[in-house]
Write a protein that binds this ligand. Sequence first.
Ligand SMILES: CC(C)(COP(=O)(O)OP(=O)(O)OC[C@H]1O[C@@H](n2cnc3c(N)ncnc32)[C@H](O)[C@@H]1OP(=O)(O)O)[C@@H](O)C(=O)NCCC(=O)NCCS
Length: 163
Amino acid sequence: MKETSPEHSRVEMTQIVLPQHTNALGTIFGGVVLSWVDIAAAICAQKHCKKTVVTASIDAMNFLAPIHLGWIVYIKAKVNYTSRTSCEVGIEVSAENPQSSEYHHTATAYVTMVAIDSYARPTAIPALTPQTEEEKKIFEEAKLRRETRLKNIPRPNRRHSDF
Ligand SMILES: CC(C)(COP(=O)(O)OP(=O)(O)OC[C@H]1O[C@@H](n2cnc3c(N)ncnc32)[C@H](O)[C@@H]1OP(=O)(O)O)[C@@H](O)C(=O)NCCC(=O)NCCS
C-alpha cells in the first residue's frame, strides 16, 4: 500500500459513552463528540503528513441521532484531500447500542488540519495519491469544498463589540 494513499493513514477510534460524557437526558454532549472527531482527525493527518498538525477548521456539523450512556461510538477518519500545507480529513461518526445492536450513523465532519514546523509556521506535506475511483471522486469533491470554505473564513481582529 502506498504511504500517501488515503488507506494508509485511515484511523478508526472506538469510545464508550461514560457518565461524564452525558447531559441530564443521559445522552452525549455534542462537544464530547467534537473532541473525539478532532483527535481522530489529528491522528489521521499526522500519519499522512508525518509532522505536527493543528486544527484550522471544522465544517458545520449536524448531530443526526442521540447517543446514549453505555453506547459504543465509532469515529472513522480518512484523508480526503491535500494541498500545500493542509489536508481535509473526512470523519464518519456512528453509534451502537451494545445490548440491542441498534446502530446509527450520527454525524459527518470535514476537518482541515495544517502541518506546522518547529516555529509553528505552516509547512509542506506529502501530496495524497487517491488509488480507487471512489477515492478520486472524494478528492475532487473535497477540492470544491475547500474553495467554498476558504471564501468563508471570518476576518480576524474583529472588535469585541461586533458580537
Ligand atoms: C491554522 C494556521 C496554522 C494557519 O496559519 P496561517 O498563517 O493563516 O497560514 P496560511 O494562510 O499560510 O495558510 C496555511 C494553510 O492553512 C489553510 N487554512 C488557513 N486557515 C484556514 C481555515 N480557517 N480553514 C481551512 N484552511 C485554512 C490555508 O488554506 C493553507 O492551506 P494550503 O497551504 O494547503 O493551501 C493558524 O491560523 C493557526 O495556528 N491557527 C490556530 C490553530 C489552533 O490552535 N487550533 C487548535 C484549536 S484553537
